[in-house]
Write a protein of this length. Sequence first.
Length: 138
Amino acid sequence: MGRILNRMGVVSLLCFATMPVTGLAADPVPPVVTEGKSASNVDNTAINSRDKYAGNKTPEDQFTTQDDRHLLAAVRRSVVHDKSLSLMAHNIKIMVDTGNVTLRGPVKTADEKLKVEKIVQAVKGVSSINNSLDVKTN
């Protein structure tokens, strides 16, 4: 019985080895395109560099109380639900600390920055907003 299984394994391996492998390694992966821009154009590394400094809070620094988590989820839902906002605005960093919301990251326009702030202010439980959103200039 062991010999039969062994032969089946060898036969399967030989069949697989003789299959054509066209297109597996030869085709380059196409660049990611988001809203008409290639991945190199949506790199926010320079904008996010301020998060490296100890005085600036990041999403990893926020408190994890149940109320903060629920408020964060509600704020995120409200921002993402608004389909008039750009993908950049949908992906902003949102931090919550006892009702105080900090917004950080790039948005397309100054109007969009204000719109995000209005959306967040309308969420029940938000007591204040620190709008540190950046308007992307390029």
